[in-house]
Design a protein around this ligand. Sequence first.
Ligand code: NAP
Length: 328
Amino acid sequence: MSDEPGPFRFERVAIVGIGLIGSSMALALRDNGFTGPIAIADRNGEALRIAAELELGTSYHVSAAKAVMGADLVILAVPVGAMRATGRSIAPCLAEGAIVTDTGSVKEAVLEALNETLPETARIVAAHPIAGSEHSGPRAGFATLFHRRWSIITPADDTDEEAIEIVAHMWRTFGSEIELMTPQRHDRVLAITSHLPHLIAYNIVRTAYDMETVAESEVIKFSAGGFRDFTRIAASDPTMWRDVFLNNKEAVLETLGRFSEDLAILQRAIRWGEGDALFDVFERTRAIRMSIIDAGQDTAAPDFGRPRDPSNAPPEDEDERPINAVRR
Ligand code: NAP
């Protein structure tokens, strides 16, 4: 292996947590020409075994402390609730001046955990790629996950400028756009754009399954009416999302309060037959959807571009029903 690390401004990388995000970053590093060593750590032996099988790194460790030795860039891609323990365990083994960045979905709590556990010589650059999926683990990763997606970097007042630029350059090389904001602002913005939608999805799926008037088979059969789009989000990793809500408590509760007030207004409009009020809200929200498509953050294709699955459609004619079809 050559000593030339490719287009990146670091030479030895350690990735702690080789799930969806960690594995996608390992693949994106290689795909974009990083040729230096990548040490991978995960507490989960099976994830490490898969990472080795997929050749995501050059060495594999159960101990995060061992993995970070000699690395000039350390990427923490563990759940938000594991950041403090990870910081504590790697602290004694970090190279002087190493950049420690993370991918956590909450920023203020993660920065606090890292500031309190890492040595002063560590250059901490908190970051969050706004890219992901409901799949977890090293097999879920792919190199283009971050293409045309935002990566938010949340520097503190004293964050080393050069370290910010090195991390920003890495994300740009992965195809991301960079936005800088304070950790507090990040947590408030993500509370409404990501955390609340997940909470609503988890709750609507739970409610549908708990409703005694609707049979489970009907929920599945008629899910294309909108429900299945919530089920995709509600299939997201339980550990990750438990940690997000516990660590962005204030912003989520504030946003939830506002959401509940607006929901009560809709409830009232339905009760009193105020069609114009409902129409006005729906017209405004449709315009917001259009602006998301215009910004290239989603497809304008019908049904989110899903190919039409003929097995989901009801038969057009009773006579065309397959012989072995059973009426449910
Ligand atoms: P993931 O697929 O669930 O993988 C996380 C990995 O970290 C698992 O293998 C897990 O092992 C391991 N782990 C947990 N605690 C650890 C510890 N203390 N030390 C070492 N390894 C540990 O998670 P992910 O989706 O990649 O998310 C990683 C981070 O990126 C999270 O902070 C998340 O908030 C953030 N993020 C996620 C997304 C997304 O859509 N998924 C998007 C942007 C950012 P176990 O299986 O044993 O728990």
